[in-house]
Design a protein around this ligand. Structure first.
Ligand SMILES: NC(=O)c1ccc[n+]([C@@H]2O[C@H](COP(=O)([O-])OP(=O)(O)OC[C@H]3O[C@@H](n4cnc5c(N)ncnc54)[C@H](O)[C@@H]3O)[C@@H](O)[C@H]2O)c1
Ligand SMILES: [Zn+2]
Length: 694
């Protein structure tokens, strides 16, 4: 779980440094006041680290408004003074750094720290809530640490921060205001409904909401306390008592007063004595992060005893008795390139965001869930948007919201499908989650239409609408059922006359004689398309040999690697009942011209009985075919090439041996000429493979 952010940029000169200070200040101002920063946290931290490095090397050039060494990067102020400074926290990123830090604290205070209080580092913003005689009278933000902004207008909208304590005491409660995932979703729904731009993430939403005055609507937030201290008006004995309490006891007292603390969550604060135990707890909290209903960006470890804290003291930016063990960033800004619509097994049509690849928490994220269409509307997403993407642990990455102010005006609306993208049937959009009207049959309709297609079994008269009819009538449940359809059954369907019935039955009968490669393709084995199916069929020659192949044998087929092979083998096992049924109905299960591999010949590809005219050649077909080849589809041309011992390809490269250029051939022909690759007209090619053109 150790982590280090990527290296920081280096500034060429003072001007670049000044620009960086400017950018960082602007980002921090947005970050702390509820605007949306143009930088994600990693980018901001990198920038500040680079600024610090430059300043270390050029101490004479440090700008007064540099963010380094300041609470909130010096970007925010306030006019309500804090009685005790509200500081930031220093960071560590790895166990060794933490151990080093604990040793430095021990050195400073001249003894080991007695025990530690370990709690989640809540990802919101710090506030001080002042209670007078038990009544909540004022809420102040952290500001620059010495003075904050009065946000008392938010009283009553923050769950966990009661208007009245259980005892009439005068105290200041400190803690974090945040939005839970649910509150964030709700806030964006309400906000966009009022014509506002959605908040980029829960933290940003909490910051913006806390400061907003006179809004037409209110949205709830949540508070968790992590501190309690006396106010100037607190009676001396009570104040003295508070000052002596250990951190854990203070939080227990806050909870007793009715204030929410992390104690009620799955990551309560705990006190631990050894560094090992602390580190183990850090791991535990990190592991729970993805499932928490609120964001955390680390773990805070504090000396628990007041005496230890006082001995360690505080710096101008952070206390010396506490540290934040930072967890890797789980949010990054990247671009929304596209939205795909996938149909699940039950017919649910789910949108999925296609992203510009971005590294988050140790993995590259290219897709993120968008849940459902209303989710897209609620988030007001557009293609081309910069979006905040969240990913932690093993959860599916999700798009939180667009970073609306980064819009350029070139963003495009997301187009919702009008019919099922898989089978073309109408969509049931009555619920939040859209669904293909065919439900579970959607896949069946799609896979049967595919199987009947021109490049597979080529069953004329079996278009999508006919397939829908057959499925709806319960006549077919898999592709094998097509071959046992009776005349009576077909005649019973609407719009099915004698002629079309006979034609369809004849087409189905013809389909039984298709080569194995097409039957295999029709089965829709995951990970195989047309050309892969042809390669498999040519290699093994018969369905029995294909089914007998284990993953290792499957890997002998060109283009099948160690990852794909077991998937294909497993798929074929799953399809066994359908394959058996197909065989029983008399569907051809051999590949013409191919011979099965011999057992000791595991590296050789199954070769045609006789050497073909295109042996070892890679052939590209372009333009319109004429003469004897006129009727052949591109797929059939490719089949022909492979039957002749060649390899078909769709792009011209140095490795291409021959380009068959028909009428209208354009760029591929030009490329072949520039690479000096042999060209043939369709007629010349037909002659070359004449023996195979029967
Ligand atoms: N994206 C941006 O543009 C941008 C700009 C500025 C800052 N930031 C981010 O903000 C962070 C620095 O912010 P910071 O100065 O507020 O410091 P910080 O968030 O690293 O740590 C201090 C804060 O932690 C909070 N906290 C949460 N749980 C706590 C607990 N249990 N006990 C004590 N405190 C707790 C408090 O609010 C406290 O003020 C960095 O991670 C940086 O990336 C981002
Ligand atoms: Zn469908």
């Amino acid at each position: 779980m150790t982590h280090m952010t990527t290296s920081a940029p280096v500034f060429a000169d003072a001007a670049a440094y000044a620009q960086a200070v400017e950018d960082a200040s602007k980002a921090a101002a947005a970050y702390y006041t509820g605007g949306t920063s143009a930088l994600d946290d990693d980018a901001y931290d990198r920038l500040v680290r680079a600024i610090a490095e430059f300043e270390a090397e050029h101490p004479d050039q440090v700008l007064p408004h540099s963010p380094t060494g300041k609470v909130a990067g010096g970007a925010v102020q306030g006019d309500v003074p804090h009685t005790v400074a509200m500081l930031s926290l220093d960071n560590v990123f790895a166990p060794e750094e933490f151990t080093t830090w604990t040793a430095s604290v021990a050195r400073r205070i001249g003894r080991e720290v007695t025990r530690w209080n370990v709690q989640p580092k809540l990802d919101g913003l710090a506030i001080a809530a002042r209670y007078t005689d038990g009544r909540l009278t004022r809420i102040v933000t952290r500001g620059d640490g010495t003075a904050g902004e009065d946000v008392s207008h938010a009283i009553g909208t923050i769950e966990g921060l009661p208007g009245r304590l259980t005892e009439p005491v005068t105290v200041e409660v400190r803690g974090e205001v945040l939005m839970t995932t649910g509150q964030f979703e709700h806030a964006n729904t309400v906000r966009t409904a009022h014509g506002g731009a959605p908040f980029a993430n829960p933290r940003n939403a909490a910051a913006g909401t806390l400061r907003a005055k006179d809004r037409a609507y209110t949205v709830p937030m949540t508070f968790f306390a992590y501190g309690l201290l006396p106010l100037p008006t607190t009676p001396a004995d009570a104040a003295g008592h508070l000052a002596e309490l250990a951190h854990g006891d203070l939080l227990q007292y806050a909870a007793d007063l009715g204030v929410r603390t992390p104690a009620g969550t799955s990551v309560p604060g705990v006190t631990l004595e050894s560094v090992e135990d602390v580190l183990a707890r850090v791991e535990e909290i990190a592991a729970l992060r993805a499932e928490l209903p609120f964001g955390i960006d680390g773990i805070v470890i504090k000396a628990d005893l007041a005496a230890d804290q006082q001995a360690a003291g505080s710096g101008s930016r952070a206390p010396r008795w506490a540290i934040a063990f930072k967890l890797p960033a789980v949010e990054k800004i990247t671009k929304l390139i596209d939205v795909e619509w996938n149909v699940g097994r039950t017919g649910i049509i789910a949108p999925r965001a296609v992203l510009e690849p971005v590294d988050i928490d140790g993995s590259t994220v290219t897709y993120a869930t968008l849940h459902n269409p209303s989710d897209i509307t609620r988030r007001d997403l557009r293609i081309g948007d910069q979006v905040m993407v969240y990913k932690a642990g093993d959860i599916i990455p999700r798009v939180e919201a667009p970073v609306a102010h980064l819009r350029t005006g070139d963003e495009q609306p997301i187009v919702f499908p009008e019919v099922c993208p898989q089978c073309g049937s109408p969509i049931d959009a009555g619920e939040q989650r859209w669904r293909c009207e065919r439900g579970r049959d959607c896949h069946l309709v799609a896979s049967l239409s595919y199987a009947a297609g021109r490049d597979q079994l080529d069953i004329e008269g079996l278009g999508a609408s006919r397939v829908v009819q057959l499925v709806d009538a319960g006549l077919v449940a898999d592709i094998a059922d097509l071959f046992t359809l009776t005349r009576e059954q077909l005649l019973g369907l609407e719009r099915m006359g004698e002629t079309s019935t006979d034609n369809l039955l004849a087409a189905i009968e013809t389909a039984k004689t298709q080569p194995l490669s097409r039957v295999l393709c029709a089965l829709g084995v995951r990970g195989t398309g047309r050309s892969m199916s042809r390669r498999i069929a040519r290699h093994f020659a018969t369905m029995d040999h294909i089914r007998a192949a284990d993953a290792e044998a499957m890997q002998q087929v060109e283009g099948i690697g160690s990852e794909k092979a077991p998937v294909i083998v497993a798929e074929l096992t799953e399809l066994a009942p359908v394959i058996d049924k197909l065989t029983a109905t008399g569907v051809n299960m051999t590949e013409p011209g191919a011979t099965p591999p011999t057992p000791d010949d595991r590296t050789e590809t199954g070769t045609p009985a006789a050497p073909g005219p295109l042996d070892g050649m890679t052939v590209v077909v372009t333009g319109a075919m004429t003469g004897p080849l006129e009727q052949l589809s591109r797929n059939q041309m490719n089949e022909l090439i492979e039957r002749a011992g060649g390899k078909s390809s769709s792009s011209v490269s140095k490795r291409t041996s021959l380009v068959v250029a028909g009428e209208g051939a354009g760029s591929k022909r030009a490329k072949a000429e520039s690479l000096d690759i042999r060209l043939a007209t369709p007629d010349e090619f037909a002659e070359l493979v004449a023996a195979l053109l029967t």
